[in-house]
Ligand binder design. Sequence first.
Ligand code: ZN
Length: 111
Amino acid sequence: MPLITCPDCDKEHSDAAAACPNCGRPLHATAATQGHTDGSYVTNQGTGKALKLQSLLAWTLIIVGFLIVMGASGDNTGDTMSAGTVTGSAAVLIGLIWWLSVRIKRWWRHS
Ligand SMILES: [Zn+2]
């Protein structure tokens, strides 16, 4: 059984012990690591939900913008775009950029 030195009290003891018999320092950071892993897992789950919601909102923006453009297209006179077309186009553009950023964020997390 290999011996390890406690970083707190510098006493040697078996690495099978969960905690230092001298000072009680937890030797294997498994509990702490586990907690951290669980915490980040929960965070990832939360982020995933937030990203899904953002993706949904971005799609809503694209669709609403598209509908505004469709509705305003009748108002267009010649080459001049109506305020509705500009607003709708802007909404579609923002929605697309938003959706893309969500996609990139998701890809970044998963790679
Ligand atoms: Zn110790």
